[in-house]
Structure formats: C-alpha cells, structure tokens
Design a protein around this ligand. Structure first.
Ligand code: NAD
Ligand code: UGA
Length: 475
C-alpha cells in the first residue's frame, strides 16, 4: 500500500492522517475536503484546529508525504485505501429528526467513489456511524456498474480532542472490523499493517463489521454514562454535605470501577457524546428495543438537567435575580486545550443567563469572539448583553459573579485577590469544573460554589494534614 486518501479534513481526518504520514514516511497521504477554506488553512502556518502538538506533526511531513487538497475525485482515483472521515451530525429534519444520524455526507462520498474509482479500493469508515452503515456503502458501490471488488472496513476513531496527538501516538486499541471472507481478511490485514508501524500488534483488535461499528457508539455511551452518573450524584452531594471529588476518589479506587471519567462538571459537551447516544437510542427504537432506548436516553436527559441546574443555581444564589448583573463566564470551549465549541455546555449556560436578562461577558483563551457570538445568538445576530473579553481579569472587571465553564489551566492560577478588588460585592464564584480552591476563595471573601461541593454552611470541618501530623508524630 503506498497511497492513502482521506475524505474529510476535520478534527478526525486532519490529525489521524497527519499521524499516519508521520509514522509511515513511505506512504503518501492526501487529505481532501470540499471546504476550500479549511484546506487552505491546513496548508498554511495557522492550522484550522487547535490541538496541542499537532503543528509539529503536520510540519514534519506536510509536503513530504502529507498533502491537503480539494481535488476529491483525483485523490480517490489514485488511492489504495480511502478513509471516510466526514461529519455525521444528528438529523435535524424528517424521519428520526433530533435522534438519527444524518448520513447524507457518507452517502455522497460512497456515490463519488462508485463514480470515479477505476481500481478496487479498501474503503474505511472512520466517521462514527450507525451499525450496518457498511451495508449501505457496499450497496451503493455495487450499483456503480464497474463490478470492482471494493472492500469496506470499519475503523472507528477513539481520540479525544485536546489530547488527539497523544491518543493517536499511543492508542489503547485500534479497532478494525471487516467481512469474514478471504478478501475481507486481506483488507483488514492491509489496514492493520499501516497501524502496526507504531501500534503494538496486540493493541490492534479485529472484529466483524457490525461489532466494530456498534462498539464505537457503545464506547461513547459508556463514557458519557459515567459522567452523567457522577453528575447525578453531585446534586445529592450539594444537598447533603458530601463532596463529589471525595466520593469519586473513593469509588474510583475500586479497580472494577476505576478512576477515569468521574470528574463532575457542568455537563459534558463536544460534538459526539450527545449525537452518538441519540444515534444509539434511535437504533434501539428502530430495532424494537424501547427499554434499552429509554435507558440510554436518560444519560442525555441528566446532562441537560445538569447544565440547567448550574445556571439556575447561579440565579438562585444571586438573590433570585441576575437582571442587569454582569456575569463573567470563564471558558467557552467544550473542554480545555481545544477551540471546539460544538455542544459546549457554555452555550446552554450563557443562553439561560441571557434569558434572565443578565449581562454576560465571556473570556476563552482559544475561541474567537465571532464564534462565541454565533454559537450563543445564532448567525448574524448581536446583543449588547453579550460581550467578549480579552482576559479573565478584563471579564471580571465590575462583575457580580465569575462562572468557570471550561477547565483551562490558566484559570487555576488567576490572582483572585486582585480580581476580587475589581468585582461587585458580594462577589460570587461558581466553579463548573471543580478547578478552584473553594476554601481559599471563601477565605478571601468570595461566596464560592462548586459542582457537588457542599455550600460553606454544610461543609464538614476540614482536618488539614499539617495539624494532624504533629499529633501523630507525638503518639
Ligand atoms: P468535522 O466537521 O470537523 O469534519 C468533517 C469534514 O468533512 C468537514 O470539513 C466537511 O467539509 C467534510 N466533508 C463532508 N462531506 C464531504 C464530502 N462529500 N466531500 C469532501 N469533504 C466532505 O468532523 P469531525 O469532528 O472530524 O468528525 C468526523 C467524524 O468522526 C464524525 O462522524 C465524528 O462523529 C467522528 N469522530 C469525531 C471525533 C472528534 O473528536 N471530533 C472523535 C472520534 C470520532
Ligand atoms: C470523546 C471520547 O472521549 C473519545 O474517545 C471519542 O473518540 C470522542 O468523544 C468522539 O467520538 O468524538 P471528546 O468529546 O473529544 O472525546 O472529549 P472527552 O475528553 O471525552 O470529553 C467530553 C466531554 O465530557 C467534555 O465536555 C468534558 O469536559 C466532559 N467530561 C469528561 C466531564 O465532564 N467529566 C469527565 O470526567 C470527563
């Protein structure tokens, strides 16, 4: 295999192909997209997505064996392996609206391949798709008229944004699903050989096509379920005086539960968790499993509730009104170390505050102002109640409350004493990420609230180790 093409130069196509090109200098990798502006950015000094470490990987191989282009058909014609990494958003219209995956981009790619391919290709589903999508792709290819023996594989991507480069360098596993036929097995091996350049063979798992397709949806559903589970318990912590980080720490020490993905938050965001669970819910309904659908749908409902609950708490604590109060929102991306705002919990929190007539000023280290305004108000709209600041300090100037929505590292090192001096009194902090030292903020004079953290009056007395150690030493 010497030539790879990837259709879709987004958060998955760009970094994934850059890593293959980086690790396999003998393979030519061409990433194509119909979005000319995005391709131009991939070819420029400023990449279209912010991802730590990505610049170095792209710069090491761009122009050598990594190319970005808008010539989709030409790249398809020349490639042996074709990755499909186009977007598969939730359908917004017609049958399955608000739940089913919109597969029109997948279908259009399959039709283009059927139209232009002159030799047999290995076509790889990289996008997250409903189980049995490979069947649709095969049907379209077979109807193309050229009687070429294309193979379709499922190779879902498990990278997380913000850590994409590290995830691609050392994945927990690479999953490849293919047909259980000799030709299918050869295709699986061809793709496995690409990853085997840097991924240990025992981490490359092969399954049948439908298992690989379904495993991706299930992996995201399980991860999101953990967040909704811990977020559900965070409400109980706030009411009882238990501390969610202590509870998560205690249960996470059970090796059967494990410590990861138990960080309580304002709610999960990102382009995939909600979309993929809704996709799973729709599949369950379609395949006659309504109880299973209801079970998974509750993961999304709890997440919606958590976002609303956070905004509601802000209003309640600010004496039941935020009208005309200045609220500084710190962070807008759906998590730290990315500029991606798709389904960010910040959107819902800010909208809820604006609906209460607050004046909201937002600061995010990576998300540009135009993106923030568009996400909150819709394309082309503006509001004097929504502004964007150039720093956390500027956002806090004259504010009644600080609201942390994204866990950017720089928020943990803010000089809160300085900021407090510039805020209205009483000054409030609402930490939607449990990033800040609430006790210290309270000592400074803030009224500080976290997720699943007891309010000051409920907090159990703190026994600090410095006071305990001399006692123990004396025993
Ligand atoms: P994205 O929107 O950033 O990129 C998709 C790209 O595909 C866009 O640039 C679009 O212009 C292009 N495209 C669509 N149809 C095309 C066509 N017919 N021809 C050429 N280009 C076309 O999306 P993304 O975040 O990279 O996600 C892609 C897929 O990967 C989705 O199915 C998603 O669920 C899945 N996924 C995403 C992540 C993630 O972290 N973002 C992780 C794992 C899996
Ligand atoms: C997630 C999965 O982690 C990836 O494996 C998967 O490939 C990807 O979705 C996808 O299919 O798109 P991503 O959404 O990029 O990756 O980022 P995560 O780190 O999973 O975070 C998702 C959301 O959950 C963020 O808003 C994050 O802040 C939140 N989160 C995460 C929590 O609130 N608590 C946690 O403990 C972990």
């Amino acid at each position: 295999m010497t030539k790879i093409c990837c259709i879709g130069a987004g958060y998955v196509g760009g970094p994934t192909m850059a890593m293959i090109a980086f690790k396999a200098p003998d393979i030519t990798v061409t990433v194509v997209d119909m979005n000319a502006a995005r391709i131009a950015a991939w070819n420029s000094a400023e990449l279209p997505i912010y991802e730590p470490g990505l610049d170095a990987v792209v710069k090491a191989c761009r122009g050598r064996n990594l190319f970005f282009s808008t010539h989709v058909k030409e790249a398809i014609r020349e490639a042996d392996l074709i990755f499909v990494a186009v977007n598969t958003p939730t359908k917004t219209y017609g049958l399955g609206a608000g739940r089913a995956a919109d597969l029109r981009f997948i279908e259009s790619v399959a039709r283009t391949i059927a139209e232009v391919a002159e030799t047999p290709k290995i076509i790889i589903e990289k996008s997250t798709i409903p189980v049995r999508t490979a069947e649709t792709i095969k049907t379209i290819l077979a109807a193309g008229g050229r009687a070429l023996d294309h193979q379709v594989l499922s190779n879902p991507e498990f990278l997380a944004e913000g850590t994409a480069v590290a995830d691609l360098l050392a994945p927990d596993r690479v999953l490849i699903g293919g047909e259980r036929t000799p030709a299918g097995a050869r295709a699986v091996e061809a793709l496995a050989a690409v990853y085997a350049r840097w991924v240990p063979r025992e981490r490359i798992i092969t399954t049948n096509l439908w298992s690989a397709e379904l495993s991706k949806l299930v992996a995201n559903a399980f991860l999101a379920q953990r967040i909704s589970s811990i977020n559900a318990i965070s409400a109980l912590c706030e009411a009882t005086g238990a501390d969610i980080d202590e509870v998560a720490g205690a249960i996470g020490r059970d090796s059967r539960i494990g410590p990861k993905f138990l960080k309580a938050s304002v709610g999960f965001g990102g382009s995939c968790f909600q979309k993929d669970i809704l996709n799973l819910v729709y599949l369950c309904e379609t395949y006659g499993c309504p109880e299973v659908a209801a079970y998974w749908e509750s993961v999304v409902s709890i997440n919606d509730w958590q976002k609303q609950r956070f905004a509601q708490r802000i209003v309640e604590q600010l004496f039941n009104t935020v009208a005309d109060k200045r609220i500084a929102v710190l962070g807008f991306a759906f998590k730290k170390d990315t500029d991606d705002t798709r389904e960010s919990p910040a959107i819902s929190v800010v909208r809820d505050l604006l609906a209460e007539n607050a004046r909201v000023v937002i600061y995010d280290p990576q998300v540009p102002e135009r993106q923030i305004v568009k996400d909150v108000l819709g394309p082309g709209s503006e509001s004097e109640r929504l502004t964007v600041a150039v720093s956390a300090e500027a956002a806090a100037e004259g504010a009644h409350a600080l609201v942390v929505v994204t866990e950017w590292d720089e928020f943990a090192t803010i000089d809160f004493a300085r900021i407090l001096a510039r805020m209205q009194r009483p000054a409030f902090v609402f930490d939607g990420r449990n990033l800040l030292p609430l006790e210290k903020l309270r000592a400074l004079g803030f009224r500080a609230f976290g997720i699943g953290k007891p309010a000051a009056e409920l907090a159990a007395p703190v026994i600090v180790s410095e006071t305990l150690e001399p006692v123990l030493a004396a025993v």
